[in-house]
Design a protein around this ligand. Structure first.
Ligand code: RP5
Length: 145
């Protein structure tokens, strides 16, 4: 998308692409500009830090499996809302779900269901709709499928 991205969609690995696609499909339906980055809290921490420090996005959606520290890492670098999407890479996604949900007090991350990129996009839209009337309108007109 060409306009300034409102949502930064960050995935920990190319292997998370299918869920990232479900996020961007919903954002696209709602007309919300986004950008997608593959950056890892463990494999590329420096680049991830630089990206978050320079990003103008209003909301982050962070998609990760296994020991999923990506959303928490981002939340430690920004005061903007971070939505974590746990991926079912192993253990049915329980490892990632708990890694994302069990953040220490003071560093909140919103957590959606395992592999539920659709809800992450819709939750991001709800945040944006608080100040963006075009997103609020798109949400009111939104139809699933
Ligand atoms: C996490 O480890 C990624 O988010 C991915 O879900 C999982 C496996 O990554 P790959 O080994 O497939 O790159 O960091």
């Amino acid at each position: 998308m060409k306009s300034v991205p409102l949502v930064a969609v960050v995935l920990g690995s190319k292997s998370d692409q299918a869920v990232a696609d479900s996020v961007t499909r919903e954002l696209g339906k709602l007309g919300i500009p986004y950008e997608v980055k593959i950056l890892s809290a463990h494999r590329t921490p420096k680049q991830l830090e630089e990206y978050v420090d320079s990003s103008n996005a209003s909301v982050y959606i962070a998609i990760a499996g296994l020991a999923a520290h990506l959303p928490g890492f981002i939340a430690s670098r920004t005061l903007k809302p971070v939505i974590g999407v746990p991926i079912s890479a192993k253990l049915g996604g329980m490892d990632a779900l708990l890694s994302i949900a069990q953040m220490p007090p003071g560093v909140p991350v919103a957590t959606v269901g395992v592999d539920n990129g659709e809800n992450a996009a819709l939750l991001a839209a709800r945040f944006l709709s608080l100040y963006d009337e075009s997103v609020a309108r798109a949400l009111r007109d939104y139809k699933r499928g």
